[in-house]
Design a protein around this ligand. Structure first.
Ligand SMILES: *Cc1c(COP(=O)(O)O)cnc(C)c1O
Length: 504
């Protein structure tokens, strides 16, 4: 089927279309406006455009079809199963979307006077209240715009604390080898040096190796819990104790909070600081390119260093603090973002939290862990599970089951696309070979999981049966086949130029 050539180049109703610029026909347009009155170009101070802007000339139906088709090419959580490990692609309830579109919220402008946005400040304040309540932490910085941004914010607060206490020489950060790439990147951006900590045979932090690395130049450790192997760091209390005894802080990467929300209080684990990916744990997954939001909870010691702006309860209602002098004891390290944070994500997260309730969120994390363990139990006799025992909200396999088949993790993932599934996370975490990390989330039905399991087991059988050519040729049913991703990353063509051929 894949080799059928059509006259049009289309494949069924999957249309092969040129770029929107290539469809342009000079003088064509979709609207009929009266002639504009002449402009007084002198008022533009010599900045008037000298040539036409170069937008494509299209009819309205051409444009509507173009964007509708593009939207249909975008695979997202609303189109099908999306078992991307680490990134928690869970369902985004329509109720939260509806709330976010309420005109009183959607039409706000960030420059409005504070007296007119009391409701918006209350959204921020109430969400902060819930995040503090769920984690047991006393403070939260709301403005970071993603998980990585939250890491950077937390590390900046830690750095400011150390500098304030004559400990500015503490510049080393201990990061387990299984960490997400953003952890070392954030530490480096803060001017820290990164010192990797090995994992043990159980997929967890090697506590002895970790302790040996502690010293009076260590600013903090960054530990993900549950970690990126989908495992709870069982020695977390000991890790926290040793860290504090060494005068360092405990930064927790909270991207996997979905596994423990409503069940574990972060404050009980000795954590000083943790970002929460609202766009993972509290719906609104970012796989479609949407915005993120990474509020960062802080201990009492770090709270004074939280960035501006933040909301306080004032005499005349809620107040957004924009300057450190307005609050006694505040020592913000600076700002991390224009305006107030990712307000649209705040609304959705708050709507999600309030509609789920504390019991609902506890149920969600329980079901997320149950679903991942179901996948693990059904797959582990055929795929090779990297570590023994049950997992948390995601399960990790490596490529030992593909040994001598000629099929790689990449080939396996590409075959899954032909089967109608978005692949799992591949080649991450780095602590196992050819990783396949699957996170089903709580929002999938057993039927969906069973369908996925049937395909994964079927593909494993095909690989072992020597059908390696099929794997190497995959994907065969997509609009584009296997791309040269290295070339695309090294020499990206990001701009269409008149007369240039389309990239395809
Ligand atoms: C997603 C993720 C991050 C980074 O979060 P972003 O919101 O994508 O910046 C950090 N650590 C882990 C473990 C993650 O899964």
């Amino acid at each position: 089927m894949s080799d059928i050539q059509t006259i049009s180049g289309h494949r069924g109703l999957l249309l092969e279309e040129p770029l929107i610029f290539e469809q342009s026909s000079p003088g064509r347009d979709g609207i009929d406006l009266p002639e504009a009155p002449p402009l007084d170009l002198d008022r533009l101070g010599g900045l008037a455009r000298k040539a036409p802007i170069g937008l494509p000339d299209l009819s309205e139906p051409q444009m509507v079809r173009h964007y509708t088709r593009l939207s249909q090419k975008n695979y997202g959580i609303d189109s099908g199963f999306y078992p991307l490990g680490s990134c928690t692609m869970k369902h985004n309830p329509r109720l939260s979307e509806k709330v976010a579109r309420l005109p009183g919220l959607a039409d706000l402008h960030p420059f409005q006077p504070q007296s007119t946005i009391q409701g918006a400040l209350e959204v921020i304040d109430l969400l902060a209240f819930w995040l503090k309540g769920l984690t047991g932490m006393p403070a939260v910085a709301m403005s970071p715009a993603a998980g990585a941004h939250g890491e950077w914010c937390g590390l900046m607060a830690i750095r400011a604390y150390h500098e304030d206490h004559g400990q500015g020489h503490r510049r080393r950060v201990l990061v387990p080898e299984s960490a997400h790439g953003t952890n070392p990147a954030s530490a480096a951006m803060c001017g820290f040096t990164v010192d990797p900590v090995p994992a043990n045979a159980l997929g967890r932090v090697d506590v002895e190796a970790f302790k040996a690395k502690l010293g009076d130049d260590v600013a903090c450790i960054m530990v993900t819990n549950p970690n990126t192997c989908g495992l709870f760091e069982t020695e977390i209390l000991e890790i926290a104790k040793a860290t504090h005894e060494a005068g360092a802080f405990f930064y927790c990467d909270g991207a996997n909070y979905n596994a423990i929300v409503g069940r574990v209080k972060i404050s009980d684990l000795g954590i000083d600081c943790m970002h929460i990916n609202l766009h993972k744990t509290f719906s609104t997954p970012h796989g479609g390119g949407g915005p993120g939001s990474g509020p960062t909870v802080l201990s009492d010691k770090l709270a004074p260093y939280a960035p501006l702006p933040f909301v306080v309860h004032g005499q005349n209602g809620l107040k957004l603090i924009e300057h450190a002098e307005e609050v006694e004891g505040a020592r913000p390290f600076g700002r991390v973002k224009g305006f107030h944070g990712q307000f649209g994500v705040f609304i959705r997260a708050l709507a999600y939290i309030l509609s789920m309730g504390g019991d609902g969120m506890r149920q969600a994390s329980t079901d997320a862990v149950l679903n991942a363990n179901y996948l693990l139990a059904r797959l582990k006799d055929v795929l090779t599970a990297s570590f023994d025992g049950p997992c948390m909200h995601e399960c990790l396999f490596d490529d030992r089951f593909l040994k001598d088949t000629g099929v790689s993790t990449l080939d396996f993932a590409k075959m899954l696309i032909d089967e109608g599934f978005h692949p799992m996370t591949m080649y991450f975490p780095l602590v196992v070979h050819g990783a396949l990390l699957m996170e089903p989330t709580e929002s999938e039905t057993k039927e969906t999981l069973d369908g996925f399991i049937r395909v994964v087991l079927g593909l494993a059988a095909k690989a072992k049966d020597g059908q390696v050519e099929d794997f190497k040729a995959a994907p065969r049913l997509t609009p584009r086949r296997r791309l040269d991703e290295t070339l695309a990353a090294r020499t990206p063509v990001l701009r269409w130029k008149p007369g240039a051929n389309s990239a395809s």
